[in-house]
Design a protein around this ligand. Sequence first.
Ligand code: ADE
Length: 224
Amino acid sequence: MKIDILTLFPDMFKGFLNESIIKRAINTEKVKINIHNIRDYSKDPHKKVDDYGFGGGVGMVLMPQPIFDAVNHLKTNESKVLLMTPQGVTYNQTLAYKFSSEFKHIIIICGHYEGFDERIRSIVDFEISIGDYVLTGGEIPSMVITDSIVRLLEGVINTESHKNDSFNNNLLDYPVYTKPLEINGLKVPDILLSGHHENIKKWRLEQQVIRTKERRPDLLAEKR
Ligand code: ADE
């Protein structure tokens, strides 16, 4: 899997790429992640990447030329182009599985400032929103998408760890406990200490259903 991210703020990705599971996935060559500065593709003598919008209005608009050139440069037959925008389809775990299992090369465009030239949409395969709120740009959304895709790639984390992830089967994950056996009067449920694997499995599924009913009944309504 290769992921190319187009951004005006490459430094925002330094911590993301250099910690924890993402760092390990890069080091073990499960994924290649390249950060590209959109400014490097500007043909403007002053490396301009945005300008005032025609028709007036506040804020600067990201120009299409640097984006078109960057995508043209990076794109192959296997590439899918994702645009981060609050106007996109709302991202979820089903899309994370789809992107992780079906795509070999992903190019992510991070919008910034007040907006981007509408014509940028013409070269995009998927417009993605990470939720109904507006961020200052697409950088954090692109990290959210990348993180959720990379952790699902073969060999990145133990498959057991994501088999029970929240949202699989439209259910939230079950509660887990570690040491000590009791704290502040709160005990680890006896069933987890029973050593009876079948009963533990049953209890966990029950807990998933109870939790989902309480917290996210909308997921159960969606259940296929
Ligand atoms: N850019 C700004 N807000 C966003 C959001 N919620 N999702 C994706 N991209 C964005």
